[in-house]
Design a binder for this molecule. Structure first.
Ligand code: SF4
Length: 450
């Protein structure tokens, strides 16, 4: 059973991501989402899953010869859903992506490990551009970001694809899919903008595009002061996220990356110039477990944390405690010690409760005692802002306490902020500085055009 309160999931509807989405229910969700967009702007939700097909033979993580053939490529190109990659090198007719540590080397006709990039005629092209398969208006607390404009809404979007293969992925239904499994480029072109007619069918949703200027316009129309690149993995749709971040910045919107942090430093610095906040998933602190559980490695993520700190992007960290994988107390202790020493005591750390999902349905949810123990380890290591997520009934689990007077300065109930006692970024009671990017109790409205 999936926990519907789980912040790591893309949708309030567990059914959608539990893989039980039928064509009829998909249409229901889409129409409900569109009603939200048009009427209240509070709950727009779209997801399309076009096909259950897509099991391909993988060789070294890449999909040999799996790039779209000419006809599909032309359709994709005509839609504007293709861009040349920003970070790669050519090696004769082959290409090597330099965006994430996977460093996919693709011969002509190959598809990348993240499923979104192909070698087309000796150039690296992304297929994940302007074709989101999911979008929604979320509270910023759902990312979760607790120290960044609390109480505001954020326009959230994702395409298919991911650079990792986490056994416990909550959003595998889009992260482990190709763009062609979530979108359909046939039929009439259709751009979703605030003044566009609402989609009336699942096919409309399949063919819709949202270019960067459309995303910014939608965020503004829905009174969202920020855009979140989330749900799957923004590194996998980097070019789309990059162009949208840049345009959003021009329009005085904030940009939030919700990421595994599995990215090369050059590419991170490139996009970070337009990023206001990040939520980084530090999935563990043991190299072997990182490989087993996530098919990645730890060190690049630690590098990402250091880079984000050095460039001044506000970020918070989540650590999912997965029973038998990431619940060892000595490892949690090492992780917290490293964070205190290398990132600083002010970085918020969110311990999150695991819910059985994807390939780890045989495991139980994390016992609450494990989460409480992790919190006390982190606090003992000197971290000032430690939270417990995806669990109800734990007192103060999601409250921000002043590290000096210990009074509650931000009180939350699930995704709702019920009190903010911060003035000029300081505790309203004792005037101690509270780390974060605050709106000082006044909810910022969506920014207008530049
Ligand atoms: S971003 Fe995708 S194509 Fe590039 S190296 Fe990573 S997995 Fe490979």
């Amino acid at each position: 059973m999936v926990d519907p309160t789980d912040k790591t999931r893309a949708s309030p509807s567990a059914d959608v991501f539990a893989g039980t989405l039928t064509r009829r229910s998909a249409l229901k969700y889409a129409i409900a989402g569109l009603a939200g967009l048009a009427c209240t702007g509070s709950c727009g939700w779209l997801l399309l899953r076009r096909s259950e097909a897509g099991i391909f033979a993988e060789t070294s993580g890449i999909f040999k010869g799996d790039a779209p053939k000419d006809e599909l490529w032309e359709q994709w190109n005509k839609r504007g859903w293709v861009r040349e990659a920003r970070h790669y090198v050519k090696i004769g007719p082959a290409v090597m992506c330099k965006l994430c540590p996977n460093h996919c080397r693709l011969s002509p006709g190959d598809r990348s490990r993240c499923r979104n990039k192909i070698n087309r005629g000796g150039t690296l092209q992304t297929l994940a551009y302007a074709n989101p398969c999911a979008f929604h208006v979320d509270p910023v607390e759902k990312k979760p970001l607790f120290h960044f404009h609390p109480g505001t809404r954020t326009f959230s979007l994702a395409t298919a694809g991911c650079v990792l293969r986490c056994l416990n992925c909550q959003n595998w239904d889009i992260s482990q899919k190709k763009p062609e499994e979530t979108k359909d480029p046939s039929g009439q072109e259709y751009r979703l903008r605030p003044d566009a007619p609402q989609p009336a069918s699942l096919d409309d949703i399949a063919r819709l595009s949202m270019f960067p200027e459309d995303v910014a316009a939608m965020a503004q129309a829905l009174k969202c002061p920020s855009i979140s690149y989330t749900y799957s993995e923004p590194v996998a749709y980097y070019e789309y996220a990059y162009d949208t971040c840049k345009l959003a910045r021009d329009n005085k919107l904030k940009n939030i990356l919700v990421t595994s942090g599995y990215i090369e430093e050059v590419a991170l610095r490139d996009i970070a110039q337009y990023v206001d906040a990040a939520h980084v998933d530090l999935k563990g602190f043991d190299e072997q477990i990182y490989q087993q559980l996530n098919s990645g490695s730890l060190q690049p993520v630690l590098n990402t944390l250091k880079t984000l700190k050095s460039v001044g992007v506000w970020f918070e960290i989540i650590n999912l405690i997965v029973p038998t994988y990431t619940d060892k107390e000595d490892v949690i202790q090492r992780m917290c010690g490293w964070l205190t020493e290398n990132i600083g005591a002010d970085v918020p750390l969110h311990f999150s409760r695991f819910s059985p999902a994807h390939k780890l349905t045989q495991l139980p949810p994390t016992p609450v005692e494990k989460l409480l123990k992790a919190r006390s380890i982190a606090q003992a290591a000197g971290l000032r802002y430690v939270y417990i997520g995806n669990v109800r009934g734990v007192e103060g689990a999601e409250t921000t306490f002043c590290p000096n007077c210990k009074k509650a300065v931000v009180v939350r109930d699930m995704f709702a902020v019920t009190a903010i006692n911060i003035e000029n970024s300081r505790c309203a009671f004792c005037k101690t500085l509270i780390a974060g990017v605050w709106s000082d109790g006044n909810m910022p409205a969506a920014a207008g055009p530049a």
